[in-house]
Design a binder for this molecule. Structure first.
Ligand SMILES: Nc1ncnc2c1ncn2[C@@H]1O[C@H](COP(=O)(O)OP(=O)(O)O)[C@@H](O)[C@H]1O
Ligand SMILES: [Mg+2]
Length: 393
């Protein structure tokens, strides 16, 4: 087994991306017939997973990987397609060269043209052309997979900068492209759910369901076997590798519930020790991850996201729900939860609590257990729960 240095939050080389075999196999099967929306909480490993798919593409697919987090306008999206086709296209040098020469012939016109307001309206043509240029160059029996990482953030950026109409038009065009280009596939990944962005768009206009031709999936934590392999490899990279690394790895995986980012972080903290880690060191490292002043795992994200994407009423109820559940050892029945929320805000109705709990489930804060007859809510992640209980009121 090869040791693997901890690199929490960093970009990994292909051979450092452990496992994800089950998900990858399943996603390729879906992509044979349709496009995919992958959502899940930040840092669960979406980017590494899709980069592995890009790094080891399946026969019959040409893939392009694009990080859209910093794209703010529709024209920037067009540019980023060309840039990615140049730098991140998994195709032969010849194909890349052809796309590049098309791009070079086209780009001077495009850039001067986009400065004119009337030509700005041409973004649709530019976008179609960018995608068709790649489709035309790749082998005719190959599909083109555009992996668009953090698409919801881009749509949110566009909505805030160019307006809700612009964002809706873009999503509609992408849908039309999927319907009319049978060799085109997308993976949209997102840490803020597309549902939050669409909700804002619907409030502002008439976004319908612009991705309901795509299959939506939640990326799960790593399987126990894969998380264990990752934990063992990380522990073996320590300056003082523990003899009982298998036992420590099993405990670590259990404590962080197969969340690879926390595995990297915890072992990173263990790397500061001047001795082989003991179980008590492991417990301290996890405590530090949750409670250290500098918030190493950036858990405040779970608080800040509410302020950014929930209305102020929803955020208030959400905080009350999360406060109440953070101090409960057991999953809580809905009625009890409502009563606790009303301790904080007496006027809140059950229906409002139910709506917010629905959002919190979609946003991976909570899970629902017990079926329709006795629904009970609990935190999805023990680490987040501990952080919330210790720091939020
Ligand atoms: N399959 C994996 N193998 C090894 N480490 C991983 C894996 N997936 C995620 N990680 C770790 O978790 C961190 C966050 O993963 P990332 O893919 O960036 O999450 P997301 O895109 O969901 O926010 C990575 O920087 C890495 O430290
Ligand atoms: Mg990512």
């Amino acid at each position: 087994m090869d040791p693997l240095l901890p690199n929490p939050g960093g970009q990994l080389a292909l051979d450092e991306i452990v496992g994800r075999e089950r998900e990858i196999k399943r996603y390729w099967r879906v992509l044979d017939r349709q496009s995919l929306v992958l959502s899940a909480e930040r840092r669960i490993g979406k980017t590494q997973l899709v980069k592995k798919m890009h790094g080891i593409p399946r026969e019959g697919f040409v893939t392009v990987y694009q990080d859209l987090e910093r794209v703010h306008t529709r024209m920037e999206l067009v540019d980023s397609i060309y840039e990615a086709a140049r730098d991140h296209l998994n195709a032969s040098a010849k194909v890349r060269e052809n796309i590049l020469s098309f791009w070079q012939a086209y780009v001077p016109k495009k850039i001067s043209a986009t400065e004119l307001p009337e030509a700005k309206a041409q973004w649709k043509n530019h976008l179609c052309k960018a995608i068709d240029a790649v489709l035309d160059e790749i082998p005719a029996d190959h599909k083109l997979l555009l992996i668009w990482d953090e698409l919801p953030l881009m749509v949110d950026n566009i909505q805030r900068g160019e307006g809700a109409d612009a964002a809706i038009q873009l999503l509609d065009l992408l849908r039309a492209l999927r319907a009319t280009r049978p060799r085109l596939r997308f993976i949209f990944t997102g840490s803020i759910g597309l549902h939050l962005v669409l909700r804002a768009l619907r409030a502002a206009g008439n976004a319908n369901a612009p991705t309901n031709d795509m299959l939506s999936e939640t990326v799960p934590p790593m399987s126990e076997a894969e998380a264990t392999e990752l934990a063992e490899r990380l522990l073996l990279s320590l300056p003082f590798p523990p003899k009982d690394f298998r036992e420590l790895a099993a405990t670590l995986v259990e404590r962080v519930e197969g969340f690879p980012y926390y595995l990297h972080h915890t072992v990173n903290r263990l790397s500061w020790l001047d001795h082989q880690p003991e179980p008590s060191d492991l417990a301290d490292a996890i405590d530090g991850l949750v409670l250290a002043d500098e918030d190493p795992a950036n858990l405040a994200y779970y608080r800040d996201r509410l302020a950014k994407h929930y209305s102020s009423d929803e955020a208030r109820i959400a905080r009350a729900v999360l406060n109440a559940l953070s101090h409960e050892a057991q999953p809580m029945p809905f009625e009890a939860l409502c009563n606790l929320v009303r301790h904080a805000s007496p006027e809140v109705q059950d229906t409002a609590v139910a709506d917010v709990c629905g959002l919190l489930r979609q946003d991976h804060y909570l899970t629902l257990e017990g079926g329709a007859s006795s629904p009970r809510y609990r935190y999805r992640w023990a680490i987040v729960k501990r952080w919330w209980a210790a720091t939020q009121r």
